[in-house]
Design a protein around this ligand. Structure first.
Ligand SMILES: Nc1ncnc2c1ncn2[C@@H]1O[C@H](COP(=O)(O)OP(=O)(O)OP(=O)(O)O)[C@@H](O)[C@H]1O
Ligand SMILES: O=C(O)[C@H](O)CO
Length: 523
């Protein structure tokens, strides 16, 4: 599969003259090796979390007995299997499920992003497509990640399938990021438009995905365990591909098979926090008031097995293995990089400086002030699983090249009207940081890429940079600060060195947030 991914065609196409430009020979060779390794690593990281491999790891069927094993649980299949799914990676997940379990599959309905089948066909990713005789009905909708009439039709078909199941049936639920917008079924009298407006307002005012999905759950028939409830008394197996930091099953796609732990008070707090409580439509107030007095209480999900089958952590574990195979000491720093992209870029700038010094200088000459700043910034960013001390120890103990790996999803607060995405913006900001820091005798490369292959509204997945970038850009008449001020990172990378630093994968058919690689190689 990795071969099908066309990563970095621009790198391959980049004229040698541009790559040679400004570099002494030895450094050029080293820089090219780093860039080539970065490309390979990004490619194999994505390949590890493609739907097919993940589904094959999660499910095994004994063809003789029809016993399906999922983790340590067994389920008896006898032409009693149904399938529903919703999310950006669900087309490929459904194709893999049908390939594995098709003999027992009676019927399926999935809700996937508009245009995804055409995109997969266009790029020749046949393994992501259902066969022509498939038992799975496909709905495409939620253009631009917003719930629409098509997604509503899909959600109603999914509900209908679930409600028709009996205690003898097994429902396989395939879930991935983007699932919330692809499964809208507002509780009447709330309308689709009202729900759309409220979620858009919350997102625009900076609500977190946890807050956003708490509200979505309260207003939905299927989220927050509603789908599992509809399928009762059938048994339910939910296979989840995580696109949320920390892999919280109740948040990913708003947890349609996970009982919600939130109450109306939680919703009112969130709506208050973003100044939306006073202007709520009457329908929303009605539904929230009803929820408080619902005699059935929250949905129960005792008949459900929820399993995370893919995540940023899994992708980084593979990246670590591959980086070691390429000859680097590799260490995973965090799978929860979040916060303002400016602070995250500053963090990586400081990290490169401090780690570079650990790698090349005696410990007595480590930059103390920058080391302190790095730890302070790490504390400010509140990264729950950060292994900073451990990572620096690995770097200090390494005699040769090092690769620091991280993942997550920083946020960009848009100020300008330029074209870009959070990965390209992060890479460009890190380039600006590195350009200003004394790095010592070490080659550095930083890559930031979205595993779904599409960074913001651009065709690129992300970008990679080296410390010389800002200086070289100036010689090309490109001012990094000006592009950053307009959130115009894509235009910058498109022009700089003929686009040689952009990552292009096309839509990958998976989504486990972003990955960040920091390569350090002593000269
Ligand atoms: N010009 C820009 N520069 C930087 N970031 C941008 C720009 N335009 C949009 N974005 C960012 O792109 C993001 C939306 O793109 P994208 O669809 O890749 O992310 P997403 O909706 O979070 O989906 P996913 O989690 O599946 O990647 C938003 O976070 C937005 O802030
Ligand atoms: O669909 C959603 O709710 C987001 O992608 C988080 O999973």
């Amino acid at each position: 599969m990795a071969a099908a991914l066309q990563v970095l065609p621009c790198l391959a196409r980049a004229p040698l003259r541009l790559l040679l430009w400004g570099h002494p020979g030895a450094r050029l060779a080293s820089g090219m090796a780093l860039a080539e390794h970065a490309r390979k690593l990004f490619e194999s990281t994505i390949a590890a979390v493609l739907p097919g491999p993940m589904m094959h790891r999660a499910l095994s069927l004994d063809p003789g007995s029809g016993q399906l094993k999922v983790r340590d649980r067994s389920f008896q299949l006898r032409q009693n299997l149904y399938l529903v799914g919703f999310g950006k990676a669900v087309l490929g997940m459904a194709a893999a499920a049908e390939e594995l379990l098709g003999k027992h599959l009676v019927q399926g309905v999935i809700s996937v992003p508009k245009g995804i089948r055409a995109a997969m066909e266009y790029t020749g990713k046949q393994e992501m497509l259902l066969k022509s005789h498939s038992h799975v009905q496909v709905f495409e909708g939620a253009e631009d990640n917003l719930p629409d009439r098509d997604a509503l039709r899909a959600a109603l078909a999914i509900r209908q399938l679930a409600e028709g199941l009996t205690a003898d049936d097994l429902l396989l639920v395939l879930i991935s990021g983007g699932g919330s917008a692809l499964l809208p079924a507002p509780i009447p009298p709330v309308t689709l438009e009202e729900k759309q407006t409220l979620t858009k307002l919350l997102a625009a005012r900076g609500a977190t995905i946890q807050e956003l999905n708490t509200i979505r759950k309260a207003l939905s028939q299927l989220k927050g365990g509603g789908l599992a409830q509809a399928a009762y008394p059938a048994q339910v197996i939910s296979l989840i591909l995580s696109d949320v930091v920390g892999d919280p099953m109740d948040v990913i796609a708003s947890g349609p098979t996970v009982a919600s732990v939130h109450n109306v008070q939680d919703c009112l707090h969130i709506l208050n926090r973003y100044g939306l409580r006073a202007a709520l439509p009457r329908s929303v107030k009605t539904v929230l008031a009803q929820a408080d007095s619902d005699p059935h209480g929250p949905h129960t999900c005792g008949h459900v097995l929820n399993v995370i089958i893919g995540s940023n952590a899994l992708a980084l574990a593979e990246a670590q293995r591959q980086a070691e195979a390429l000859g680097y000491r590799a260490v995973v720093l965090s799978t929860a990089m979040q916060g303002n992209v400016k602070s995250v870029a500053q963090f990586y700038g400081l990290l490169a400086q401090v780690a570079g010094a650990h790698l090349t200088l005696p410990s007595t000459r480590a930059p103390v002030e920058e080391g302190e700043q790095l730890h302070e910034l790490a504390a400010e960013l509140q990264l729950p699983d950060l292994q900073l001390k451990e990572a620096l120890e690995v770097v200090a103990g390494a005699k040769g090249p090092v690769c620091v790996l991280a993942g997550g999803e920083p946020t960009v607060q848009l100020q300008g009207s330029g074209k870009g995405g959070r990965n390209q913006e992060l890479a460009l900001r890190v380039a600006a940081e590195l350009g200003q820091r004394p790095l010592g005798p070490v080659d550095v490369l930083f890559l930031s890429g979205g595993t779904d292959g599409r960074d913001g509204p651009t065709e690129a997945a992300g970008a990679w940079i080296m410390p010389e970038l800002a200086h070289q850009a100036t010689s090309e008449g490109l001012d990094v600060a000006t592009f950053l001020a307009h959130n115009d990172s894509h235009t910058f990378f498109h022009r700089f060195q003929g686009g040689a630093h952009l990552l292009y994968t096309g839509l990958t058919g998976t989504n486990v947030m972003d990955v960040h690689f920091l390569f350090l190689k002593p000269r």
